[in-house]
Design a protein around this ligand. Structure first.
Ligand code: AMP
Ligand code: MG
Length: 411
C-alpha cells in the first residue's frame, strides 16, 4: 500500500495548465485569469455626483445655517447619462443626480435631503435653499479615483469571481483571457448498471456514479463533454475510451479497478501501462491512473473505484487536484479545521479514514457526527448528501470516542 500523499503525487505528476482562451465575461466565471488585466477605462470614467442633489460652488454657501439659509437660483438639470459640459457660474446651483457628470466649475454637491426641495420625482424648481455650509469636494467622485487608465487591476492566476467580472467590465473589457476550462469525460463500468429511473431486473442497480462524477466535475468548473458506460469487457471499454477521449482533457472512470475477475479497467489498463495502486485510505483503496493515446494526443485517465462513497472521497482527493492543475489554479490541497467527535465510531487500522460527517456547533464547539452508523461505509450513497465535510482519522487509530479531537475538512 502507498500513502495518499504518494498517490496524489503520482496522479498529478506532469499535469500542466490548459491553453489560454479569450472568453466573454459571463462565460469566464470560475476560470483562472491567464494574463493581467490593465485598465482601458478609468473608474470612475468621469467626475460624477455621489448623491441626488445640487451642484454648487462651496464658497457660495459660506455662512449658511438653519436660521440663515442661502438661496440660489437653479441653472439647469443634469441626470445620469446626460453629458452637459455647461460651466456652473458662481451664484447658481445645478440639480444633479447620482452618477451624472459634475458640471465644470462646481466643486461640491449638496444632497437633496439637506435642502428645502422634496426628494423624489419633482419638477425642476427655480431656486433652492441651503441650511448649512459644505466642504469643497463633498459628494464628488473624481475621475480615476478608483483606478486610472493603465493601472493593473488583476494579476494572472486570480480566480474569475463575479466581482472580478464586474471589475473587468468597468475597466472596458467584454472578453478576458483565461485558462481553458478542463473538458471531462465520464465512464462508468459495470454489467450491473442501468440508467437511473429504470425498473431493476434482478442483480442490477442504478448507475449513481456517472451523475456524481459529472456533477462534481461541473461544480469544480469543468465542462463535461461525454458521459457513457462500458460493459465489463476490454474490447468494449477500449471502444468507449476512444469515444470519450475525442473531446476530453481528462477521462474519469468508476469501477473495475479492484481484485474482481471482471475488473476490466484494471485488465485493460495494465496492458496499456497504467499505474494501479492500493492506497492507504478507507474508503477508496484501489485506484488507478494512466493516459490513452488518442491519435497522438495523450488524454489523462483517472480510474476511481466503484463504490459511490469511494468515488466521492477519491474525486475530492485525486480528481479535484488534477482539475485544478489543468485549470491553472495549482494543486489546491484540502484545508482542515479542528473539531470534536460528537459520538463514537470505528475506523479501520492501517488505513486513513475519510468519513462523511455533519458538523454543527454544540455548546460553542464545532462537533462532527457520522452521516450513518456505519460511518465511512463505501456503499452508503443514500446518506452521503447529508455530509457537510469529511473527517480524517489517522492510519494508526481504529476507534474514535465521543469528545476526541479530530480533523474536519469542510466541503
Ligand atoms: P467494482 O469496483 O466495479 O467491483 O464496484 C464496486 C462496487 O461499486 C460494486 O458494488 C458495484 O456494484 C458498485 N458500483 C460500481 N459502479 C457503480 C456505479 N456506476 N453506480 C453505483 N454503484 C456502482
Ligand atoms: Mg465492476
Amino acid at each position: 500500500m502507498i500513502s495518499v500523499e504518494e498517490y496524489l503525487d503520482q496522479v498529478t505528476a506532469g499535469v500542466e495548465p490548459l491553453p489560454t482562451v479569450e472568453l466573454p465575461l459571463e462565460e469566464a466565471a470560475g476560470c483562472v485569469l491567464a494574463e493581467p488585466l490593465v485598465a482601458k477605462l478609468a473608474v470612475p470614467p468621469f467626475t460624477n455626483s455621489a448623491m441626488d442633489g445640487f451642484a454648487v460652488h462651496a464658497a457660495d454657501l459660506k455662512g449658511a445655517g438653519p436660521d440663515s439659509p442661502i438661496k440660489l437660483p437653479i441653472f439647469e438639470d443634469v441626470a445620469a447619462g446626460d453629458s452637459s459640459d455647461n460651466e456652473l457660474k458662481p451664484g447658481y446651483a445645478t440639480r444633479i443626480m447620482t452618477g451624472a457628470p459634475v458640471p465644470p466649475g462646481a466643486d461640491a454637491v449638496v444632497k437633496v435631503e439637506d435642502t428645502n426641495i422634496k426628494p423624489g420625482p419633482v419638477d425642476l424648481p427655480d431656486e433652492v435653499q441651503f441650511f448649512r455650509e459644505t466642504p469643497v469636494g463633498k459628494n464628488i467622485r473624481k475621475a480615476g479615483e478608483n483606478v486610472q487608465v493603465g493601472d493593473e487591476i488583476a494579476e494572472a492566476g486570480l480566480v474569475v469571481t463575479p466581482q472580478l467580472m464586474s471589475a473587468a467590465a468597468s475597466i472596458g473589457y467584454a472578453t478576458i483571457p483565461v485558462v481553458r476550462r478542463p473538458r471531462v469525460a465520464v465512464i462508468a463500468t459495470g454489467a450491473e448498471l442501468v440508467d437511473p429511473g429504470h425498473a431493476l431486473e434482478p442483480g442490477k442497480i442504478p448507475d449513481s456514479n456517472s451523475i456524481l462524477i459529472s456533477a462534481l466535475a461541473r461544480s469544480f468548473g469543468a465542462e463535461v463533454t461525454y458521459r457513457g458506460r462500458a460493459e465489463d469487457s476490454p474490447d468494449n471499454l477500449a471502444k468507449v475510451y476512444r469515444e470519450a477521449a475525442e473531446n476530453a482533457d481528462l477521462i474519469v472512470t468508476s469501477g473495475g479497478v479492484s481484485a474482481g475477475a471482471f475488473d476490466v479497467v484494471k485488465e485493460l489498463g495494465t496492458k496499456a501501462g497504467f499505474n494501479f495502486a492500493k492506497v492507504q485510505m478507507q474508503p477508496g483503496k484501489p485506484q488507478g491512473n494512466g493516459a490513452i493515446d488518442f491519435d497522438g494526443r495523450y488524454v489523462k485517465v483517472v480510474s476511481l473505484p466503484g463504490n459511490p462513497v469511494s468515488v466521492y472521497v477519491s474525486f475530492i482527493l485525486f480528481v479535484r487536484p488534477v482539475l485544478s492543475l489543468l485549470a491553472g489554479f495549482g494543486r489546491m490541497d484540502l484545508q482542515g479545521v479542528p473539531a470534536v467527535a460528537g459520538t463514537d465510531w470505528k475506523s479501520s487500522k492501517g488505513r486513513r479514514q475519510y468519513a462523511p460527517m455533519v458538523a454543527k456547533y454544540d455548546e460553542g464547539e464545532l462537533t462532527v457526527y457520522p452521516t450513518h452508523e456505519q460511518s465511512s461505509g463505501s456503499h452508503l450513497i443514500a446518506t452521503l448528501h447529508r455530509a457537510t465535510g469529511l473527517v480524517v482519522v489517522p492510519e494508526d487509530v481504529d476507534e474514535v470516542a465521543k469528545g476526541d479531537r479530530v480533523e474536519y475538512f469542510p466541503l
